[in-house]
Structures are given as structure tokens and as C-alpha cells.
Ligand binder design. Structure first.
Ligand code: PA5
Length: 449
């Protein structure tokens, strides 16, 4: 089982006929980009650890992650994951993808999992603290740099909360830290406090880190099968290592994006007909947005959950500016069956759907929409998977990570840095009066007077 890339809805936009295919015309660029990834010889090559992570991961730490997850399940009913960007999106995406966006609302023998430190909103944190009342709480603070303001401030507040609630010793038992192996304030602090720590490998950047302790610990706490997830990623890696690049779905996806981008399609919309993929789309947006949006280049990554968003953004997609294409994630099967009952009186006129499953109706809505959008000038790439589970999540993560690296190199950028993220941080530090930013503070205050 794996992933299938379907290009039939691209044919009226891109020539894909063997012999004069546009993919063949740019194959020298595609091959060069793949070479940079495989030989680790391109820009940012110190951050290619994710490429072999599904098989080369630290086995001893992996077992420690599983043991910590079991301990956490026994210790608490509320587990708070503190992190931002790549330090939380993957875990949240996985839990919603393989379980449900309503995971926390279900009766279960695993803790509720809340995500904090991904904003600076006092209301968000206050809400989570309210949900902690009368509950046993553990936290996992995740920050590769150990210096990011949002999670650092949140951790300070939650650490005090835990120390007040359980005392210093009790809090120590309940705080788990995922950070750099040797650098940064968080590492120093955790060592001095004796917290159990997990590692974000040196050669894996935040947005590529979901298959490390960053994602695996929270995912395992939520009761997902991380072995199946790693197997999915390892099988994807194996398949995409093939030298037959024409039949390599990840490489083809990267090349197709490149062709569409060079034809003025500067916006890619990731589409799913499953609300469970809402956070997966957020993870994907960060992966592609931070990896490619630089040097004045890059596709803008957006997302659509259908059919919900067809009643908000559908009009724009159908008839607005013709600058976009869609990439649809389609599941051939659904884990749930919901049959539409027959109504002898047919009051709503829906008896043509009697005894049909909602999955069938959803699939027809999807097919109808693809045809309408392509008629409207929006190319559609379809990624097909058998079902939503841990295995396909691992596969899909690897597919998109590899395609992102290849695509970034085809675009001519370093897919592994994010220099632009520093601009807001510098201004924020200056405005907050952080020592060392006095000159910037004065200049900024003059601008906002
Ligand atoms: O992909 C990245 O590197 C970033 O998005 C980071 O994940 C994000 O900024 C959080 O950084 P850190 O884990 O250092 O707190």
C-alpha cells in the first residue's frame, strides 16, 4: 500500500504525453535537484537528517519515548504540549489525522492533549489552565533552539503552575523536555533541574522534525501507533530512493509544482474532504511556506477543507484570479460508515440517496468539484491514499518532506533556513525592552509615534 499521484486532471494545462512531456523537458533540473538531496551537496545540507530518519533514528531514544508515553498516560489526564511552528504542528496534525479533531472529547484511556505556547494570547493559555482544574497534568516543552519566546514564556508560566500544584519534586516528574542535545537555555535549565529530556537531532530542522521525539512523544501519549507511522515513512523512503525518477511520485509532484509556478500559478491550495486534515494542512503550509518563501520566490501555500470551504472560498476558486492550482489529498476508503436512511414520505426529496453511505456522497462532491474547478482554469493534482491511519500519515509526511526539498532546490532557494522569521522577533524584543536592543527600540518607537 502506498500513495498514488494522479495527473489526469492536469492534462488540459500541462502536456504530459510521452515523447514531448513537459516533465521530460525539465528533467535535467529535476535530476539535479534530486542529486543535491541524495548527495547532501546543496544549500542547507547540514539539515538533511530527516531523509534517513525513518530508518536511522536513535533506537534507544525511541524506546525511551514509548516508556515516557506510558508513564505520562498513568500520571495525568491532561498533557500540555508547549511549542510553536515545527515544534507542535506535526504532533497536532497526526493526532487529528489518525484519530479525530474531537480526540479530546472522546471517552478514552489516554490523556487529553492540549497545545500551548503557539501564541502569546492570554485567553488561550487561561482557557487551557481552566481545563486543568481538578485534573492531573504533565507537560512536554519542545523547542529546538530553546530560546523561542512563545514557548519559553508559556513554559515559565506552566512550570510555576506545576510547582505550585505538585511541589518542585512532583513537577520534575511531570515535565518532559524536547530540545537540542547540548545547546541552548532550555537544555541547560533542564539539566540543572533534572527533567527527562529528548533530542531534536542537530541535522533536522523544526518543520522536518515530526518523526523525531518532537512529534513522537505527544503522538504516542495520544495512543497512536508510532511503529506503524515510522513504518509508513520508511516504506515511502524506500520507494522514493528508486532511480526511476519518472515513476517517483514525490519527485514528480515537485516537478509539476515547478512547471505550474513558472506558468504564473503562484498559489497552491492543499485540499481535503476530511476535516481531520485541517491541522495536517497547517503543518504542510509551514513546511512549504518556510522552506520556499524566500529571495522573492515561492508558491504561497493555502488550504481548503471541503465541502465546508466551498461555501466560503469556493466562489473565488471557481472564478477569482487564475493564479492558483489545487493539490487534493483523497482517501479511497473511510474508517466510518454512515448510511443515509430512507424516508417513505421523501419530504426532503433526498430518496435518491437512500441507503447510500456518506463516504460515497463526499466522493461524488469531490469529483464534481475537481471537474468544476478544472473547467474554471484551476489545475488539480490528486494524491490518493487508501485510508487515514498512522501508516499513511508517516508515508505522507515523508512524501511531502522529500518533495519540498527537491522543489526548493528546483526553485533555487535553500529549503532549510528561515531567515525572514527573525525580522518580527527583533522588533518584538526591541519593543519589549530586551537588553541589547536599545538602539532598535528607539528607532521603532519613532516610527510608531
Ligand atoms: O521550522 C522551523 O525551524 C521553525 O518553524 C521552528 O520549528 C519554530 O520557529 C520553533 O522553533 P524552536 O523549536 O526553536 O522553538
Amino acid at each position: 500500500m502506498g500513495l498514488k499521484l494522479k495527473t489526469k486532471y492536469l492534462k488540459r494545462f500541462i502536456d504530459l504525453e510521452e515523447g514531448h512531456s513537459e516533465l521530460e523537458k525539465i528533467s535535467h533540473i529535476t535530476e539535479a535537484a534530486v542529486k543535491l538531496v541524495r548527495e547532501k551537496s546543496g544549500a542547507g545540507n547540514a539539515f538533511l537528517g530527516w531523509h534517513d530518519q525513518p530508518v536511522a533514528y536513535d533506537k534507544e531514544e525511541y524506546e525511551r519515548i514509548k516508556a515516557a508515553a506510558e508513564k505520562i498516560k498513568k500520571l495525568c489526564s491532561v498533557f500540555i504540549v508547549v511549542g510553536i511552528g515545527g515544534s507542535y504542528l506535526g504532533a497536532r496534525a497526526a493526532i487529528e489525522y489518525a484519530k479525530s479533531p474531537l480526540y479530546n472529547n472522546f471517552a478514552k484511556d489516554t490523556p487529553n492533549v492540549y497545545f500551548a505556547g503557539n501564541s502569546i494570547s492570554p485567553s488561550s493559555l487561561a482557557d487551557i489552565l481552566k481545563l486543568c482544574e481538578g485534573q492531573d497534568v504533565c507537560i512536554n516543552v519542545i523547542s529546538k533552539s530553546g530560546t523561542t519566546t512563545e514557548p519559553a514564556v508559556t513554559f515559565r508560566i506552566l512550570r510555576k503552575y506545576l510547582e505550585d500544584k505538585y511541589g518542585e519534586e512532583g513537577a520534575r516528574e511531570r515535565i518532559f523536555v524536547t530540545t537540542d542535545s547540548h545547546r541552548g537555555k532550555l537544555k541547560e535549565f533542564s539539566t540543572s533541574k533534572g527533567y527527562e529530556t529528548f533530542v531534536v537531532p542537530d541535522d533536522i530542522g523544526g518543520r522536518f522534525s515530526v518523526l523525531t521525539a518532537v512529534g513522537l512523544l505527544p503522538i504516542a501519549v495520544a495512543g497512536l501507533d508510532i511503529d506503524a507511522m515510522m513504518r509508513g515513512a520508511a516504506d515511502a523512503r524506500e520507494e522514493y530512493l528508486s532511480d526511476d525518477l519518472q515513476n517517483n511520485a514525490a519527485v514528480t509532484y515537485a516537478a509539476l509544482r515547478n512547471i505550474l509556478y513558472n506558468r504564473g500559478k503562484s498559489l497552491e491550495v492543499l485540499v481535503s474532504y476530511e476535516p481531520s486534515l485541517t491541522m495536517f494542512c497547517e503543518w504542510w503550509k509551514q513546511l512549504y511556506g518556510e522552506s520556499e518563501g524566500k529571495d522573492g520566490k515561492g508558491l504561497f501555500p493555502a488550504s481548503l477543507i471541503c465541502s465546508t470551504d466551498l461555501h466560503s472560498l469556493g466562489q473565488y476558486i471557481q472564478e477569482g484570479q487564475r493564479t492558483m492550482f489545487e493539490t487534493l489529498i483523497k482517501f479511497t476508503d473511510s474508517q466510518n460508515r454512515v448510511e443515509i436512511p430512507d424516508d417513505p414520505d421523501n419530504i426532503d426529496g433526498l430518496n435518491f440517496l437512500s441507503h447510500k453511505d456518506l463516504h460515497y456522497v463526499n466522493t461524488m462532491a469531490m469529483t464534481g468539484t475537481i471537474l468544476a474547478h478544472t473547467d474554471g482554469g484551476v489545475p488539480n493534482i490528486v494524491i490518493e491514499l487508501p485510508k487515514r491511519d498512522e501508516y499513511s500519515f508517516g508515508w505522507l509526511v515523508y512524501f511531502f518532506e522529500l518533495a519540498c526539498a527537491v522543489s526548493g532546490y528546483m526553485l533555487g532557494v535553500n529549503p532549510f533556513d528561515q531567515p525572514g522569521v527573525e525580522a518580527y522577533k527583533r522588533n518584538m524584543y526591541a519593543l519589549l525592552g530586551k537588553p541589547g536592543f536599545e538602539v532598535e527600540k528607539e528607532a521603532l518607537e519613532a516610527r510608531i509615534k
